[in-house]
Design a binder for this molecule. Structure first.
Ligand SMILES: Nc1nc2c(c(=O)[nH]1)N[C@H]1C(S)=C(S)[C@@H](COP(=O)(O)O)O[C@H]1N2
Ligand SMILES: [Mo]
Length: 387
């Protein structure tokens, strides 16, 4: 399946959505724009654009929000984050080891993994740094991932420790308290999380073998977690008797917040883990029937999304059908912007999840008291010029 096929499929799903929404009385113009922007439609670029990429070695192919046109992000346009460079690994000599506190250590080839039961999940992967820096606003994409479930392999190996560490093939040297240390990329999951039914040893993205940039031959895929948990270029899975505290568990990807306690201002540190409820306006489209605003919402099962123009009232949006029921992939939403007055306007969105949670406002302490840029899931406002 190539990128075009993915897009065609998404358009077809969008087509199915059209019929359903038309029956609900949703305006047809908006739906056409979401399914397949075509002749007669024009996308208005946002006035606020991200600054130049300050880490071109580490972050590539960020999502251009104005180009969001399909449910699934084509692989060649999917963002990448590589802390220690892209690894090129040949399949023939590669083995995935499952070792450490296990009764039966395993070493599996790619062919052996591919011969095991296959499962697909469509999951929106977001870097937890996304929206946290002026140049980092497109660290997100939605793909159909396939692989074999992790849990049966951990059971087959007889894992008997509380911590499962996923080691990548990449290493890097960084300064820690003034000393250079060389460390291998790794993330830990509790055994309970690693045994969750959704985690995959993933070897396929949008129907193709993983591209080297996305972790060939195999990456960990944990739907519902921020990008950092999804270890690429997997080499070794090691069961430990204690929490792993490497760079990406204890020094980086650690969120720092101030809290008021007993009359003091204290600092708290928490580890970036599960994804968080979030939405963003994607683009404004001018069509024959008027203007529409389109966006996406993700990070939790989405119940509804509201949007507002300038300081106006929050208004409902329609959700586009065609996302899987798992809650792991973004939902597209939109609304008709009937008669915008010429001039500059802002568009803001807020998502609600199926448990009643709302995407935090920028002044929610969860966002406002945060000192680090990770987990910036506050409501996003974009600016647009109507002529
Ligand atoms: N081995 C390894 N895995 C990794 C990383 C890395 O640098 N090395 N980056 C992580 C981060 S921070 C993110 S956001 C995702 C990005 O996945 P992608 O590059 O496939 O989009 O991969 C994660 N897995
Ligand atoms: Mo990330």
């Amino acid at each position: 399946m190539d990128g075009n096929e993915v897009t065609r499929r998404a358009v077809l799903r969008g087509g199915a959505a059209l019929a359903g929404l038309a029956a609900l009385g949703a305006p047809a113009g908006a739906l056409e724009a979401l399914a397949a922007p075509a002749a007669g439609y024009e996308v208005l670029p946002w006035l606020d654009q991200p600054g130049p990429n300050e880490e071109p070695e580490g972050v590539g192919q960020q999502l251009v929000w104005e180009e969001l046109g399909s449910q699934v992000t084509p692989s060649e346009k999917f963002f990448t984050v590589n802390h220690y460079g892209i690894q090129t690994i040949g399949a023939p000599g590669w083995r995935l080891e499952i070792a450490g506190l296990v009764d039966r250590p395993l070493a599996l080839t790619l062919d052996q993994l591919r011969a095991l039961p296959r499962r697909e999940v469509t999951f929106t992967l977001e870097c937890s740094g996304n929206s946290g820096l002026p140049w980092f606003t497109g660290g997100i994409g939605n793909a159909v991932w396939a692989g074999t479930p992790l849990a049966p392999l951990l059971r087959a190996a007889g894992a008997r420790g509380p911590e499962v560490v996923f080691w990548g093939a990449d290493t890097g040297t960084v300064k820690v308290e003034g000393t250079d240390v060389t460390e291998q990329f790794a993330r830990g999951l509790s055994l309970a999380d690693a045994l969750g039914e959704d985690a995959l040893l993933c070897y396929e993205m949008n129907g193709d073998p993983l591209h080297p940039a996305h972790g060939f031959p195999v990456r960990l895929l944990v739907p519902g977690w921020y990008g950092i948990a999804n270890v690429k270029w997997l080499r070794r899975i090691e069961v430990l008797d204690t929490r792993y505290a490497g760079r990406f568990m204890a020094r980086d990807y650690v969120t720092q917040r101030t809290v008021a306690q007993d009359g003091k201002t204290l600092t708290r540190y928490t580890l970036v883990g599960h994804a968080r409820l979030k939405s963003a306006p994607a683009r404004v489209v001018r069509g024959p029937a008027g203007y529409q605003v389109e966006g996406v919402a993700w990070g939790a099962p989405i119940a509804r999304v509201e949007a507002r123009v300038d300081d106006g009232p929050w208004r409902p949006t329609f959700l586009v059908a065609g996302a899987t029921e798992t809650g792991f992939e973004w939902r597209r939403w939109g609304f008709d912007w009937d008669r915008p007055t010429p001039g500059e306007h802002t568009v803001t969105s807020r998502a609600f999840d199926t448990s009643g949670g709302m995407q935090p406002t920028p002044d929610d302490p969860l966002i406002a008291d945060k000192l680090t840029y990770w987990e910036s899931n506050g409501q996003i406002t974009r600016r647009v010029q109507i002529t």
